[in-house]
Design a protein around this ligand. Structure first.
Ligand SMILES: [Zn+2]
Ligand SMILES: [Zn+2]
Length: 482
């Protein structure tokens, strides 16, 4: 499977992971996978939209979009007619000819996505292309009320994430942005649909936008990773169970590419969120969380360096536009092979982790994934970035990608479990492995787990009654702040 001289084009990879995808869905001939495992991971989404994918474009003006009609109607691909000439006299336009009819409103809200936060990969496939959604405007005075929950969208996202503001019909399009906010539509395909599902799963879980009734029922068992001692290499990280509910979860971090390759996509939250800018700090590192965020797909290979962790942070998030342009269609990560993204991945504090598919993630499983990366993957990454250059490095990288498999992890997990039980660590004994675990298996664990601390906005300074400030000036008043 190793490609040798070249990094693969994004178009050649599996839509679920960075491996080469050489197997196609026999019905739509568009979704490509590296393996049956990845196909199975996509199946709950793919089965909804597969049949609606067709190649017969009604006219040159039509573009293929992904439509979530709203209510109980499932999502589907649809050909929509784009405006031939925009208001500015240029080809293309921000919206489709019949957007107002579908959305039931003249002005639609739009939002765009460039980054798949669950898979830890860039969404842009060509320069200046990203995914946009169009939905009913919240500010439209003629707003048709009430908006109904989009159950099709809920069914399409992981663990049924759907925020309150995303009710009503939604159109998702792949858009190329040009000057003057000029948008030109490209056809959506199965890879875009997968990115859409991951994107909406993440934004659907942003705190403050999730209505309690939507997600409270998806309360899951997750793991807290404490940065023990908060100093690199001092003590091992502490893993503990935690209960995470929909309405108090805020997922800010990028996904774990490695966990994704294992078929166990994860969501993260750093407890530092909201405490101001996350400043990467070489001392206040959470080593386990940083390991989970290792970039194993990037074309950008770092200088030979024996240094682990923070010292490897040589590139930054802001580089991605430049990188995507320069590297054309290479499947790029952003930070560089073997490193972790500085803005998101140096987690200088406690970190909360949950499975993106809503299944339980007890502390034993998180510990096993982190240990697997530390023991099996990290040494390979260090060897690759230290001693190898160019084509040799590319070949080694493909070898590493091929070595990160469900089977190798399961073997590691079983050995670790045996060892733990031998040392009378009984919580491991009856626990099913991550691929077999069900909600039912963790009833008691979940009941006893504390809830993840609710994110609290920084306090807004309360201003007391004006006389407390002694204004207008009055010598006899004391200065008090409520
Ligand atoms: Zn795959
Ligand atoms: Zn298909």
């Amino acid at each position: 499977m190793a490609t040798g001289a070249n990094f693969q084009s994004v178009e050649d990879t599996c839509i679920m992971c960075p491996r080469i995808g050489s197997k196609f869905c026999p019905k739509c001939h568009d979704a490509r996978y590296c393996s049956k495992d990845c196909q199975a991971l996509d199946w709950s989404n793919h089965k909804i939209i597969c049949k609606s994918f067709n190649h017969s474009r009604p006219s040159d003006l039509h573009r293929r979009v992904l439509l979530f009609p709203g209510g109980n109607t499932p999502p589907r691909f649809e050909w929509l007619e784009a405006w031939p000439i925009s208001a500015l006299g240029l080809p293309g336009s921000g919206e489709f000819l019949n957007t107002p009819i579908i959305l039931g409103t003249e002005n639609s809200d739009l939002n765009n996505c460039v980054w798949n936060t669950i898979q830890g990969r860039i969404v842009r496939r060509k320069r200046e292309e990203s995914l946009y959604y169009f939905k009913q405007s919240q500010d439209d005075p003629d707003f048709p009320s009430p908006m109904i929950t989009n159950h099709g969208l809920r069914a399409f996202t992981r663990a049924g994430a759907c925020r309150d503001s995303m009710k009503g019909p939604i159109i998702v399009s792949r858009v190329a942005e040009f000057e003057l906010m000029q948008l030109t539509h490209r056809d959506m395909d199965m890879r875009d649909a997968r990115n859409t599902a991951d994107w909406l799963s993440q934004v659907g879980r942003e705190r403050g936008t999730v209505h309690a009734a939507n997600l409270r029922d998806t309360e899951v068992l997750g793991t807290t990773i404490e940065s023990n001692g908060r100093v690199i290499n001092q003590g091992c990280p502490q893993f503990s169970n935690v209960r995470i509910t929909g309405d108090d979860v805020l997922w800010t971090s990028e996904g774990s590419q490695i966990a994704n390759l294992l078929g166990l996509p994860l969501l993260f939250r750093s407890s530092s969120y909201g405490k101001g800018t996350l400043i990467p700090h070489p001392v206040l590192e959470n080593p386990a969380a940083t390991l989970l965020h290792r970039d194993v797909i990037s074309k950008k290979v770092l200088e030979a360096s024996g240094l682990k962790g923070a010292q490897k942070q040589l590139t930054y998030y802001g580089d991605h536009k430049f990188e995507a342009e320069r590297e054309r269609l290479a499947f790029v990560g952003i930070t560089g092979f073997g490193s972790s993204m500085s803005a998101y991945s140096i987690v200088p504090d406690t970190c909360y982790v949950a499975r993106a598919d809503g299944k339980p993630l007890p502390k034993e499983h998180t510990e096993a994934i982190c240990s697997y990366i530390a023991d099996k993957i990290e040494p390979q990454l260090i060897a690759a970035t230290d001693d190898l250059y160019e084509n040799d490095l590319v070949t080694k990288r493909d070898e590493i990608l091929d070595s990160i498999t469900k089977d190798s992890f399961l073997e590691y997990y079983e050995a670790m479990r045996e060892e733990k039980v031998k040392r009378c660590n009984m919580s491991w004994r009856d626990l099913p492995n991550p691929y077999e675990i069900k909600e039912f298996d963790v009833g008691l664990l979940k009941a006893h787990a504390p809830r993840v601390p609710t994110f609290v906005h920084p306090p807004i300074p309360r201003i007391g009654p004006i006389e407390n400030y002694g204004w207008p000036p009055n010598e006899e008043r004391t200065y008090r702040v409520a």
